[in-house]
Design a protein around this ligand. Structure first.
Ligand SMILES: O=C1O[C@H](COP(=O)(O)O)[C@@H](O)[C@H](O)[C@H]1O
Length: 334
């Protein structure tokens, strides 16, 4: 598997591009300067372009990815508000941008060459939306609204408009602050990391997405942890066997074993990691986890032990200033 790792560093306006080899070693192949603070990134699953959300001139930059993984800018399109998280629908026809400070989510069409166009629609009056997540059917869009303690649910039409799903929202516990999500490969369980409690909510999805039940809430910090929880990110190993989260106060990753159906999370342990780990990701083979330290200006690569899910540090690499987003591309499927 030939994989490329993209690391966005907001403060130094750059994306570092690394090749990831089969042993988990990284080789820097490009440092791409960006016109502003670059934060969230997304890869088009259809065309293989990389998109990056930029500030203070709110925009999304489209990059063509060369055969070796290097980036070439091919377009810039305006966004109505500062991008906190971006994603595309599974067909790669539209780009969705959640804006925490703009209390909105915008939709931008993507043309048939893969280039994002100016935004066409904006959902407003959302309370600090922190991410936009399609379930694995690609039909339901989950928008965790941190300041509302709700995850709002929408459906996407063929024309690219959003309408409320039924049910229209999932309600979290008071003050939880829902932030980022992931789904079990069986699409029967949705997991949401709550920023302000560093807890994980598990929702059972039934009746083809018409029925959701909150079946458990799991603490992602060690029992007795003292300090303000400040969770950031959540990812599942591609085979669905282990789940990982980060917390920025404790500078830790938490590791959970996932039961076969995805319903039970059993604590495996904690891994101390880079300072303020706002973003991390897992490679497509499920063998390596890479975490970014927003305060250390480094990324750390860990081997994931296939039988235990535990992490062992392989190496740390310097990147730009304020790294907060990691995207990984499998060149063989792009
Ligand atoms: O992680 C966080 O995100 C929000 C919004 O981030 P931004 O990148 O859109 O500015 C931030 O305000 C919050 O303090 C922080 O915890």
């Amino acid at each position: 598997m030939r994989q490329i790792v993209y690391v966005a560093s907001s403060e130094s306006h750059q994306i570092d591009v690394f090749q990831l080899n089969l042993a988990g070693q990284l080789t820097l192949i490009q440092t791409k300067k960006v016109s502003g603070q670059v934060q969230p990134m997304a890869i088009n699953p259809n065309t293989g372009h990389l998109y990056a959300g930029v500030r203070p001139e709110f925009s999304v930059v489209t990059y063509h990815i060369a055969d070796d993984g290097q980036l070439e800018e091919v377009g810039t399109a305006a966004l109505p508000a500062g991008p906190t998280y971006i994603t595309t629908d599974p067909a790669g026809r539209f780009l969705f941008s959640a804006s925490y400070s703009g209390n909105s989510v915008s939709i931008s069409p993507i043309d048939h060459q893969g280039i994002v166009q100016k935004w066409s629609e904006q959902l407003t009056n959302l309370g600090a939306p922190h991410s936009v997540n399609f379930d694995l059917t690609g039909k339901v869009l989950f928008i965790p609204c941190l300041k509302e303690d709700r995850i709002k649910l929408f459906e996407l039409s063929v024309e690219g408009t959003l309408s409320p799903h039924y049910p229209a929202e999932l309600i979290t516990s008071k003050g939880a602050g829902p932030r980022h999500m992931t789904f079990h490969p069986n699409n029967k369980i949705a997991y949401c990391i709550n920023e302000l409690k560093s807890s994980i909510d598990l929702y059972l999805i039934r009746d083809k997405g018409k029925n959701y039940t909150l079946i458990n809430t799991v603490n992602a910090l060690p029992e007795g942890f003292v300090g303000q929880p400040w969770a950031a990110d959540i990812h599942m190993k591609p085979d669905g066997r282990y789940l990982y989260t980060t917390d920025r106060t404790s500078h830790m990753l938490s590791i959970f074993k996932v039961s076969e159906e995805g319903i039970v999370l059993s604590l495996v342990g904690y891994q101390s990691t880079e300072a303020q780990p706002r973003g991390f990701n897992i490679d497509h083979s499920g063998q390596f986890l890479i975490s970014a330290g927003q305060l250390s200006n480094k990324i750390a690569v860990y081997r994931i032990h296939s039988l235990t899910g535990k992490l062992s540090l392989l190496s740390r690499y310097p990147v730009g200033k304020g790294p907060m987003w990691i995207s990984i591309l499998n060149l063989e499927t792009s």
